[in-house]
Design a protein around this ligand. Structure first.
Ligand SMILES: NC(=O)C1=CN([C@@H]2O[C@H](COP(=O)(O)OP(=O)(O)OC[C@H]3O[C@@H](n4cnc5c(N)ncnc54)[C@H](O)[C@@H]3O)[C@@H](O)[C@H]2O)C=CC1
Ligand SMILES: O=C(O)C1=N[C@H](C(=O)O)C[C@H](O)C1
Length: 238
């Protein structure tokens, strides 16, 4: 396959290494210094685009590819409002758009366990819940996209919480997400359920970016030929 890498930073380069080792070609490598090259991406040059850039850049990058009939795998976090516009565009005009807050297979199993535990906790008052995410100091957005997905999973199941906030609040109806930025941590997420007598903790710790990159490449191999808006539950049939 010919793969366009939009965003050639930590993730773009990790995906490139895996893609070349798997026998794929890179049609374009686009970073902040050659954004003009985006205009050259078309279905003539590219079978699938993989977009890992910046919250402010993702919308335009993704829309260009979709308008050119190029399927897009996007992992950029922190642009949720505009993402909804992209999804509406695909529903109206066709194309293939895949987004995940986290492409690691382990994290997507963790999402399922998180939601299952929240469903049990709905029947057990007396446990307070909080999410903590720890990432490297270069990360642009907070809370992480993964932490937001975890919060959404809990909110779907737990009627005593009405929303989340990226701070510790006294309000018992708000689910706190604590964001910590530390050294070069690739991504650690914990959900803590605490009662007066005990603590129940779920934790996922990425050891490197390999899991994210491998998941994104697997999805890029799966997406061409499909039409619609997809996420990891579709890919993994969860
Ligand atoms: N969904 C997932 O599994 C994962 C998502 N991410 C997300 O992916 C994004 C990128 O992460 P990293 O690669 O670690 O960041 P990075 O900062 O290492 O790389 C971002 C790259 O995007 C480029 N860029 C910025 N604006 C651009 C534009 N307008 N057009 C083209 N390129 C542009 C920069 O030059 C840079 O090379 C972040 O939003 C991060 O949260 C990161 C890891 C996993
Ligand atoms: O910026 C990162 O590095 C990561 N971003 C994603 C997120 O916001 O959840 C996924 C992963 O945790 C790494």
């Amino acid at each position: 396959m010919n793969i366009a890498l939009i965003g050639y930073g930590k993730m773009g380069q990790a995906i490139e290494a895996l893609a070349l080792a798997a026998g794929h070609s890179i049609s374009h490598r686009i970073g902040i210094h050659n954004t003009d090259e985006l205009q050259q991406i078309s279905s003539a040059t590219t079978d699938v685009a993989i977009e890992f850039t910046h919250p402010e850049a993702a919308y335009a990058n993704v829309m260009h590819c979709l308008q050119q009939g190029v399927p897009v795998v996007c992992g950029t976090t922190g642009w949720l409002e505009q993402k909804a516009e992209v999804e509406a565009w695909v529903q109206a005009h066709g194309g293939a758009f895949f987004w995940a807050s986290n492409f690691s297979i382990g994290v997507n199993l963790f999402f399922q366990v998180n939601q299952y535990l929240a469903r049990l906790m709905e029947k057990v008052p007396g446990y307070e819940v909080q999410i903590e995410e720890i990432h490297h100091i270069h990360k642009k957005d907070a809370p992480s996209g993964t932490a937001i997905t975890l919060a959404e999973g809990i909110l779907q199941e737990l009627s005593r919480k009405k929303g989340w906030a990226n701070e510790l609040k006294e309000d018992p109806e708000t689910l706190p997400i604590i964001s910590i930025r530390e050294a070069e941590v690739p991504g650690t997420h914990s959900i803590r359920w605490q009662s007066a007598t005990d603590l129940l903790e779920l934790k996922h710790e990425a050891f490197s970016r390999q899991g994210f990159a491998s998941g994104a490449l697997q999805v890029a191999q799966w997406l061409p030929g499909r039409t619609g808006v997809f996420g990891m539950d579709d890919f993994l049939s969860l």
